[in-house]
Design a protein around this ligand. Structure first.
Ligand SMILES: [Ca+2]
Length: 330
């Protein structure tokens, strides 16, 4: 008997505590308490029977008016449990590819009248395609001086876009003219045009171009890059570019760098580094700090030039009408 005394005392104290807890529940919520906590029904009766407590009217107000009110807390608990279970089963959203800062290694002059649409290193020079009607050009520029040693004007009704060099052919895209222009890479003589619809019936605009040594890679402002056989000028594969689970639209100027596709996104001073097999963005290069302060408010003066010097392992970037061309490391 004696050894059971502490347990009895403890039980009495516990009951006392429970009663105290029940008494502290606002009267209008006591029906929830009694529905959710079965043992509290006896406490309710105990409290209600106590002389200094609840009246009969108040007691009635504690009663659930319907079965639904009695079931409500159980339903709430059930839904909460299901939601918790679902959150455990659902994979958490990825935090997204990292954003990497770049380091400026050198700065070079860039012609501020050049609305840069395409940039590539060719024979130790910077080859640049520029845009706008009546202003589009193909230029071969000295890196150190920023001066062109060759400057070809496009017809006034042509809006120039991206540029690449495939073997001995320079290829320059046009925006909405529906074709690309080819030049001899040695003489810079124009050698012809190729209709974009010949490449792919759904290719209506030209934005950016590069190549991976096997295929040309063309952007048209969508989230899909087209891999094109340079011998047949036919699309052989489409690459859907995604940042996590989201498509990346407005893909613009391109460059193939060490097995990765680098792409400007229109109106973003960032470069997407894209896995050429999966189309996934693996990281972003942050270039916003490079935008000249005087162009900070210009909507058009965005980053839009990427050129990779495969021999010197140098990455060059610039923007539309920027006064500076940067060599950056990342
Ligand atoms: Ca480029």
């Amino acid at each position: 008997m004696w050894p059971l005394a502490p347990a009895v005392v403890s039980r009495l104290c516990e009951t006392d505590l429970r009663m105290n807890r029940y008494s502290q529940v606002p009267r209008r919520w006591r029906w929830i308490y009694t529905s959710a906590v079965p043992w509290s029904v006896s406490l309710r009766d105990h409290v209600n029977n106590s002389p200094n407590h609840i009246s009969a009217e108040t007691m009635n107000s504690e009663q659930p008016p319907s079965i639904w009110k009695r079931l409500m807390p159980i339903l709430v608990l059930l839904i909460a449990a299901l939601a918790a279970g679902a959150s455990l089963l659902t994979p958490s959203a990825p935090s997204g590819p990292p954003v990497q800062p770049v380091k400026v290694v050198h700065t070079y002059p860039h012609d501020q009248t050049s609305f840069c649409q395409g940039l590539v290193v060719h024979n130790g020079k910077i080859l640049e395609g520029t845009g706008h009607y009546n202003q589009s050009r193909l230029r071969s520029v000295d890196l150190l001086t920023g001066k062109p040693d060759l400057d070809i004007a496009l017809p006034g009704d042509v809006f120039g876009e991206g540029v690449t060099v495939w073997e001995n052919t320079i290829i320059q895209l046009t925006w909405k003219n529906g074709y690309l222009i080819t030049y001899d890479a040695t003489t810079f003589e124009r050698t012809g045009t190729v209709a974009l619809k010949q490449i792919d019936a759904s290719l209506r605009e030209g934005w950016g171009i590069t190549h991976n040594g096997q295929h040309l890679i063309i952007s048209d402002g969508s989230s899909v890059l087209r891999m094109v056989d340079p011998k047949t000028w036919r699309v052989v594969r489409r690459l859907h570019v995604k940042n996590g689970f989201r498509s990346v639209g407005q893909l613009n100027e391109l460059e193939f760098v060490n097995g990765e596709i680098f792409a400007n996104v229109w109106y973003k001073d960032q470069i997407a580094r894209i896995d050429p097999e999966t189309g996934r963005v693996t990281s972003w290069l942050e270039l916003a700090p490079l935008r000249p302060p005087e162009l900070a408010r210009s909507r058009e003066a965005v980053l839009n030039g990427i050129a990779w010097d495969a021999v010197g392992k140098r990455l060059f970037v610039t923007g539309k009408n920027w006064p500076t061309l940067y060599e950056v490391s990342f």
